[in-house]
Write a protein that binds this ligand. Structure first.
Ligand SMILES: [Zn+2]
Length: 373
């Protein structure tokens, strides 16, 4: 899809060069001419998808001209000035004469756990765009809703059928919103799995639940990743909820390049302490990086940052590791059954150091490993 899209565009780059601005992730290598996205394309769309006409529906004002399949695609709405190009999953919004809607400086809110992506414009654009929901019924994108938020600004809510990403572009005459699979947009993606949660607390020691420690470290880790900006992170959970372990693996497989499961250990012997990193030898992966190598990188970074005693990097048949098809490691940050380690684990200082160690390990891995695209 991506190759087809870009090559098609490259063929059309002969037109005038116009300024194009990217929002969000900056590491898009291709120079994009936004004019080329649509010119010529809408002809094809028009012929394969009937253009909305007044007679097709009583609920659509004539000026609402959305290029899409049928009248059932619309809820009662005043949507207007949007053109959806199904082939390239791109929405074109003509600029109103001199109206600044601020699409390129819109705030991006990625509510991926609900498969939602929201663009919040810095202005009220309802006069130009109207309100309502457009059902797209694409395998990636279910619908787009345009509404006003509490501040009176216009927001566009993209409801996916799965996790989606998007990119905003502009030229002199139009804005373009490209709907993408995360792997089309982000060159490096890590999926974080804070172990346990919900009805499964994991290990418990002195009333402290492993699930809470795992979540605390993962939150600091996500902070670091987002501040760094090189890597896109998705987390399995950002609160005390549970998810079946195979589901966690499938989540990682759908969108991730690396999978990091965060855990804290426990042993019947209170003297046991130190850090372990686990992977599965039984994993089936087409990746050029094997999980053992990834686990060794993670273990070394933990040792450097935390100064803990290094236990083994070893293969274990845990389902979350076995069912992932991307390089996956389970990082154990120490033993909750050891009094001295537990004393450290509950401190913010340790949790931030652990997050830093995992972050460094992810960056080091991506320096040596380029995920397939
Ligand atoms: Zn655990």
């Amino acid at each position: 899809m991506k190759v087809k899209f870009w090559s098609k565009m490259t063929g059309m780059l002969a037109g005038a060069i116009v300024a194009v601005f990217f929002i969000g992730f900056a590491a898009v290598s291709q120079v994009m001419n936004a004019d080329a996205i649509m010119s010529g394309q809408e002809q094809g769309i028009t012929s394969s998808f009937p253009v909305m006409a007044e007679s097709d529906s009583q609920v659509i004002p004539m000026k609402a001209l959305l290029l899409t399949a049928s009248a059932q695609d619309f809820s009662p709405t005043s949507l207007q000035n949007m053109y959806y190009n199904r082939a390239d999953r791109a929405i074109r919004i003509p600029k109103a004469g001199g109206t600044r809607m601020g699409f390129t400086v819109a705030q991006h809110v990625d509510l991926y756990q609900q498969y939602q992506y929201i663009l919040i414009l810095p202005a009220d654009a309802s006069g130009h765009l109207g309100f309502g929901t457009l059902r797209i019924s694409d395998p990636l994108l279910r619908s787009v809703t345009i509404e006003q938020n509490a501040q009176g600004n216009t927001q566009l809510i993209f409801q996916g059928e799965q996790i989606l990403a998007l990119e905003v572009l502009e030229d002199a005459a139009n804005y373009y919103i490209r709907i993408m699979h995360p792997r089309e947009k982000y060159p490096l993606i890590v999926v974080i799995d804070p172990g346990h949660g919900g009805s499964d607390p994991g290990a418990i020691s002195r009333g402290i639940r492993e699930s809470d420690l795992n979540l605390a470290v993962s939150r600091y880790l996500i902070e670091l990743i987002e501040a760094g900006g090189e890597v896109k992170a998705y987390t399995i959970r950002n609160s005390d909820i549970g998810m079946e372990v195979r589901e966690r693996a499938y989540f990682g497989n759908r969108v991730g390049d690396l999978f990091v499961s965060i855990h804290h250990n426990a042993s019947r012997d209170p003297g046991v302490h130190g850090i372990e990193t686990l992977y599965s030898r039984r994993q089936v992966t087409a990746s050029s990086l094997d999980s053992q190598t990834f686990a060794e990188i993670m273990q070394r970074n933990k040792a450097d940052e935390l100064g803990s005693r290094e236990l083994r990097v070893r293969s274990r048949g845990f389902a979350v590791l076995r069912h992932t098809t991307i390089p996956a490691a389970m990082v154990e940050l120490g033993f909750m059954s050891n009094a001295r380690e537990l004393d450290r684990m509950v401190t913010e200082e340790f949790q931030r150091s652990a997050a830093r160690a995992i972050y460094n390990g992810i960056l080091e891995t991506f320096e040596a490993y380029t995920p397939p695209r």
